[in-house]
Ligand binder design. Structure first.
Ligand code: FAD
Ligand code: DLZ
Ligand code: SF4
Length: 526
């Protein structure tokens, strides 16, 4: 897979989350003259200390992709992580490849994170040869389409964007009307898990030999990164990803709607798709995934609330957050609308806490590099917001711990949806909730040392002890929000003395849980 000098050829960069044969950087590839560059580099593997499974998945997927390209006669310059000459940065590897290959121009597909996009833009401006940066066409909504949609709106709301995407793509449309007469069936998708019902058993993807080799490399080279490798089960090839999607669509999707928001102890997967890693690194195509889900509905094999809910996550939320990211960066990454300034408690890493919901979520995260959406939003995200954790530390945690984490999708979910640090760009109100929500949607509270009915005092559920103090503390920013009118009316009814006591209760809870004032952003531990 090495390349010889290719005078007149084009050097084509393929990054670790660009594992798609349809990548725009490859669209006019000429195997006679061109060289594809793929490089495993420490800069990308360590800019946060990614979960070990994420690095192993990316290295395995990159190696497999390089092998498939080479088998088609493409000249691939593949730089491995343990190559002695490796400069360990993408830009450094492009420079080395340019010198070695004699290529006379460079083509790449825009990358998915502002950090690296900036470095690539700077490289392009200075490079000795022309550098063409192409749009990433693996998304349903182009940058121009999103900007156009956003341009005449005071508020950017996912629901209205989603409706336009439905019209643009024709997904779940009957002529000009939404299938079934409604755009959104979320009201039917909020069921807690009834006693006795367990989620279906899920077959994970057994690591293929190339994946096993990548797992071994990561265990050896990144021992101090977060997370376990033992339970690795992510697809790393298009065929494996296809098998995961197929199994989900044919057997799990019918329950996706009803139990989308439910949580259960020791059940990491519930009825979720487990496809975000494959979508984010390019093994699955989002539009194709949505079309296939629609076909299941049209064939009568899954109900509309399930299929609409699933398609909305991809066509709506996934495209929406990506649009927001590129519209608002880099300023978005500095937002801290609630002035949150506390340290992230250590138990986010260790899982050692008596809070049963948090312990289960962190355990799944460490073991699987995965937690499902409601755990991310209503357990860890909600807790980080109620505690007032510095958004940089929250971002760092979410980027570190999940195999599907990439800035463009992680940041708007974390700074926007989960913690309201963006001040209301992604969501119209904070998803702040007391323990009652977690109690309704899970079986966690039954096995917890804390009392979910308790409001104050050491034995009471910390979510309850934090909730009212959070609202009181952030009154100046939040009380004008019409969607919070009800809780602020309740708070007003409490009277000043009780409000002060609630603030004090929240403060003692913050300190007891280890969310003291932040002096610096600590590095994520192994
Ligand atoms: P399913 O529940 O089966 O959903 C299907 C697909 O819809 C997902 O694979 C995903 O591609 C898409 N999707 C669902 N919700 C969202 C959403 N809110 N934003 C974007 N896409 C969505 N998703 C990531 O891919 N990477 C992240 O780093 C990430 N960080 C998150 C951080 C927080 C605080 C929160 C609240 C959500 C985050 N999400 C992230 C969104 C969502 O939780 C995951 O996409 C989902 O849990 C992945 O599991 P799944 O494939 O089983 O999803
Ligand atoms: C996440 C990641 C990791 C861990 N390693 C590499 C790598 O060694 N080489 C590479 O090309 N890409 C890697 N990636 C993915 C990049 O970080 C990702 O392409 C950018 O952040 C843009 O989304
Ligand atoms: Fe979580 Fe509170 Fe329930 Fe314990 S009581 S599981 S901390 S919501």
């Amino acid at each position: 897979m090495t390349s010889s000098a290719r005078t007149g050829g084009t050097l084509r960069l393929v990054l670790g989350d660009q594992i798609s044969e349809s990548l725009s950087a490859l669209s006019d590839l000429d195997p006679q003259t061109d060289v594809v560059l793929m490089a495993e580099v420490r800069d990308e593997a360590t800019y946060v200390r990614h979960h070990k499974q994420k690095i192993a998945m990316i290295f395995a997927a990159m190696r497999g992709h390089a092998g498939r390209l080479a088998a088609k006669g493409v000249s691939v310059r593949y730089v491995r992580i343990d190559d002695e000459a490796n400069s360990h940065s993408i830009v450094g590897e492009m420079q080395r490849a340019l010198e070695a290959s004699g290529c006379e121009r460079i083509v790449l597909t825009e990358c998915g994170e502002w950090r690296l996009a900036e470095a690539l833009r700077a490289f392009a401006a200075e490079a000795a040869v022309p550098v063409e940066i192409r749009e990433d066409q693996r998304f349903i909504c182009s940058h121009a389409r999103f900007r156009n949609w956003a341009s005449d709106r005071r508020q950017l709301r996912m629901e209205y964007f989603y409706r336009e995407m439905r019209r643009d793509t024709g997904l779940l449309m009957d002529g000009s009307e939404p299938a079934g007469g409604q755009w959104n069936y979320d009201a039917e998708n909020r069921k807690g898990l009834p006693k006795g019902l367990r989620p279906p058993v899920r077959a994970r993807t057994p690591p293929n030999p190339q994946t096993l080799a990548a797992i071994a490399d990561v265990g050896r080279l990144f021992p101090d990164h977060f997370g376990d490798l033992d339970a690795f089960g992510w697809p790393t090839t298009p065929d494996e990803a296809e098998a995961v999607l197929d199994a989900f669509l044919t057997t799990i999707l019918p329950g996706f709607g009803d139990w989308q928001d439910a949580m259960a102890t020791g059940e990491p997967w519930m009825w979720h798709g487990l496809i975000s890693t494959a979508l984010n690194i390019g093994l699955l195509d989002p539009l194709d995934t949505c079309r296939r889900a629609e076909a299941i509905y049209r064939e009568g094999r899954a109900p509309l609330n399930a299929v609409e809910g699933f398609i909305r996550q991809i066509l709506g939320w996934r495209e929406f957050v990506r649009g927001i990211y590129w519209l608002k960066m880099p300023e978005y990454g500095l937002r801290n609308a609630l002035g949150a300034d506390r340290n992230l408690p250590w138990f986010f890493w260790s899982g050692k806490t008596d809070m049963a919901c948090v312990a289960d979520t962190v355990e799944s995260t460490r073991r699987n590099a995965y937690a499902h959406h409601i755990q991310r939003l209503m357990v860890t995200g909600n807790l980080a917001m109620l505690l007032g954790v510095d958004p940089d530390q929250v971002d760092d945690w979410y980027m570190t711990v999940f195999a599907d984490a990439f800035d463009w999708v992680e940041m708007p979910n974390t700074r926007g949806m989960a913690t309201f640090a963006d001040g209301g760009i992604v969501g119209s109100k904070p998803y702040a909730a007391s323990g009652a929500y977690i109690h309704r949607m899970s079986d966690y509270c039954g096995g917890c040392r804390y009392d979910v009915k308790g409001r104050t005092g050491e034995a009471a559920c910390p979510f309850n002890r934090l909730y009212w103090g959070f609202l009181e503390r952030n009154r100046a920013v939040l009380s004008g929000n019409p969607r919070l009118a009800m809780p602020y009316r309740t708070l007003a009814g409490f009277g000043e003395e009780r409000r002060k006591a609630l603030l004090a209760e929240a403060e003692s809870t913050r300190l007891a849980l280890g969310a003291g004032p932040a002096e610096h952003t600590p590095a994520s531990p192994g």
